[in-house]
Write a protein that binds this ligand. Structure first.
Ligand code: SF4
Length: 404
């Protein structure tokens, strides 16, 4: 249960043999992740050194437990793991020791003892079809559990894409009526950390922000923290220079693939995806999908299973050619600007790719931008976008069929 001496983290650091140097390095990394000036590292260090334990209830519904895996596999034994230990995980169906009625009592006791003072974490979608019978726990529907636990919490952190908007269980054709937390508990204070799975670094940073400032990080219109989802993945990607140079992978294992060229023509959804994967990476910051050689599938975006698939089809008209584009700023007006930039970029890209190969006037005509100024924004790449295919245009047979 909740500690009151205000020194939990400091004790844990000493007990685990974590040096002051390692702790300060972690605080610096957290400041960077939260997009704060480096001077805030000392502020974070001071706050964390006296942090009190926060009760937490972790609910898990329709999912693959990938986010729990990420939570449990926070690196060993790093400060991040210890910070997460500051959370007093009173109820977590996958990892808690109690079972049956005793487990249910742990959840009920936490709600009763800390009304409005505990954090709820929801992993997995919430099925609401057929009265919610597709997922029941302890004789109750998951839907009713989420409504009770999140409705009385200080805040809810929805981890993973399934808790964000239904994810895979909520994709077209799913029979269970799977939905995300915000749709089920519209009045709750929900911080969404979509991703398949979420990056535990973003969960840690969200908790650190609360422990340091007493508030949760600012979010976009979809409840996603700006620090993690405020920039296009494409603008942070280590392969971006190859995109700009017109150097693309054209087949798995080809020369460009071996050289680490851009995966845009292999279906990468980075130009329409907002996430910080390139900077925080996964597995102790070792790698992330694009670094490993696979295109981004856009898993942090709304309805990505429907909007971003087929995953290996090239985006027909990607936005995001402007650096520093924020998720909330992409809208009707900007789409027209981006479409224009896309054409400019396409001309430059084509020219680079064909330098010395043919006179400019012999180049095939550029396709017109498919999005007109004032037209609806491309689905999937925009907050609040209505469902609809984002990649309807057939992929080109060869790179010469299109110019970007
Ligand atoms: S299209 Fe994909 S691989 Fe290429 S630069 Fe953008 S995010 Fe990176």
């Amino acid at each position: 249960m909740m500690e009151a001496d205000g020194s939990v983290l400091r004790q844990l650091l000493v007990e685990r043999g974590v040096s002051r140097r390692a702790f300060l390095k972690f605080c610096g990394a957290m400041a960077a992740t939260l997009a704060l000036p480096s001077s805030f590292a000392s502020t974070i260090a001071t706050a964390l050194s006296t942090a009190s334990r926060i009760p937490l209830i972790w609910l898990e519904g329709q999912d693959c437990a990938g986010n729990t895996e990420g939570f449990l596999r926070a690196s060993h034994p790093t400060v991040a793991e210890i910070v997460l230990d500051v959370l007093s995980v009173n109820y977590h169906e996958t990892i808690m020791a109690p079972a049956g009625r005793a487990a249910e009592k742990s959840r009920e006791d936490t709600i009763a003892a800390y009304p409005g003072a505990y954090i709820a974490v929801v992993e997995g979608a919430i099925p609401i079809g057929e009265g919610g019978i597709y997922c029941t726990i302890g004789g109750r529907t998951f839907q009713s559990l989420v409504q009770e636990v999140c409705g009385k919490a200080l805040a809810t952190i929805a981890v993973g894409t399934c808790a964000f908007d239904g994810g895979l269980p909520g994709a077209n054709g799913g029979p269970t009526g799977a939905a995300g937390v915000t749709a089920i508990v519209p009045g709750a204070n929900v911080i969404n950390l979509p991703g398949c799975p979420m990056n535990v670094q973003n969960l840690t940073a969200t908790i650190v922000h609360y422990l340091t400032f007493g508030s949760f990080p600012a979010t976009d219109s979809l409840g996603r923290p700006h620090f993690a989802y405020g920039q296009l993945l494409h603008d942070q990607c280590e392969r971006r220079a190859h995109f700009d140079a017109g150097e693309y992978v054209l087949a798995w294992g080809d020369d460009g693939h071996r050289k680490g060229w851009c995966l845009y023509k292999m279906g990468c959804k980075g130009p329409e995806t907002f996430a910080n994967c390139p900077t925080v990476r996964f597995n102790d910051r070792t790698s992330w999908p694009v670094k490993a050689g696979h295109g981004c599938v856009g898993c942090t975006m709304p309805r990505f299973w429907d909007q971003m698939s087929p995953f290996y089809r090239r985006l027909s008209n990607p936005p995001g050619f402007a650096v520093d584009v924020l998720a909330d700023q992409i809208g009707l007006g900007l789409v027209g600007v981006v479409a224009g930039l896309a054409v400019v970029h396409g001309v430059a890209s084509y020219a680079r790719a064909h330098a010395g190969a043919a006179p400019a006037e012999e180049a095939p005509p550029l396709p017109p931008p498919s999005t007109e100024p004032g037209a609806p924004p491309p689905p999937g790449g925009l907050p609040g976008a209505e469902p609809g295919p984002s990649s309807d245009a057939p992929a080109p047979e060869s790179p010469d069929e299109e110019a970007s």
